[in-house]
Design a protein around this ligand. Structure first.
Ligand code: NDP
Ligand SMILES: O=C(O)C1=N[C@H](C(=O)O)C[C@H](O)C1
Length: 267
């Protein structure tokens, strides 16, 4: 029996990559493609929409009905879309993969609460490369914990609506863990005007938006007379999509709980 996967946000940049990734995956099939009524692509066959042979499923907006016929829902939408999907998955006891970013602390707490009843993978970045980089960053934080200022720079396409990226924030958490700091109290997200000299205990974030950049992240450890840079550059969304499908397959046998991509990858 193949795993029945539904995609919430099917007409989006990631939704379209996910349709392709599900089509290419062994042991999985697309069982629903959900997007807001009337959005470009709405009503089309999900396969045809992405240039594949027709799959016999049209993009529709009835999320509750769709979830009833799924094993796992993959959500790449906006925080409010994810929370609607979360409530329905919880009601129907279905597993959920969340790729959406930009959640408030309260929204993250709602996801964690739902994960006491259903299995959820919540990851700001589903690429293998970024998840390996997170491990390297924790180690770098441990080793470069004296005399190095940490700055995180990220660049994304002109359509991205949240900043800093979820990945940049996860990278900040990984470095902070290595350094023995709490990102909540040491992050600096804005600088303008007379800022004063840099506080050595801070982790700074800078955001670039423009063009079609898929996702670039650099973490700089700036010392006296040298600097270390750990960077990841995505050139295709297929790495994220394949990772999310892998997470959906992993969730099929997982117990209720809140998981991240390192759990899926065994890192
Ligand atoms: N974790 C990861 O590895 C990655 C995460 N992301 C994240 O995934 C999310 C989506 O990115 P992307 O595909 O580029 O975005 P897009 O805007 O291209 O697509 C979003 C999709 O969700 C729909 N949508 C928007 N708002 C809602 C809502 N409130 N309820 C239901 N559906 C909604 C959109 O429809 P409409 O167009 O009509 O609004 C569209 O179908 C972002 O948060 C992004 O940061 C992106 C890449 C990788
Ligand atoms: O919106 C995007 O495009 C991306 N969002 C994710 C994030 O916020 O980290 C992951 C990736 O960088 C692409």
């Amino acid at each position: 029996m193949s795993l029945r996967i539904g995609i919430h946000g099917a007409t989006g940049r990631m939704g379209q990559a996910l349709i392709q990734a599900v089509a290419a995956a062994d042991g999985a099939r697309l069982a629903a493609a959900i997007a807001p009524e009337g959005t470009p692509g709405y009503g089309l066959d999900a396969g045809s929409m992405v240039g594949l042979p027709p799959v016999g499923l049209s993009v529709h907006h009835d999320l509750a009905a769709a979830i009833a016929g799924l094993d796992v829902l993959i959500d790449f939408t906006r925080p409010e879309g994810t929370l609607a999907a979360l409530a329905l998955c919880q009601q129907q006891g279905k597993a959920l993969v969340i790729g959406t970013t930009g959640f408030t602390p309260e929204q993250k707490a709602a996801i964690a609460a739902a994960a006491t009843q259903i299995p959820i993978v919540l990851a700001a970045n589903f690429s293998i490369g970024v998840n390996v980089v997170l491990k390297l960053l924790e180690q770098a934080g441990k080793l470069l914990n004296e005399g190095y200022d940490v700055e995180i720079v990220e660049a994304h396409h002109r359509h991205k609506v949240d900043a800093p990226s979820g990945t940049a924030l996860r990278m900040g958490e990984a470095v902070a863990l290595g350094l023995g700091r709490d990102l909540k109290t040491c992050a600096v997200y804005e600088r303008y005007g007379h800022t004063g000299a840099r506080d050595a205990q801070t982790i700074g974030f800078s955001t670039v938006r423009g063009g079609d950049v898929v996702g670039d992240h650099s973490v700089l450890f700036l010392g006296d007379g040298e600097r270390v840079e750990i960077a990841h550059k995505a050139t295709s969304r297929m790495n994220f999509a394949r990772g999310a499908v892998r997470a959906a397959q992993w969730l099929a046998t997982a117990k209720p709980g809140l998981y991240d991509m390192p759990d899926v990858l065994g890192l």
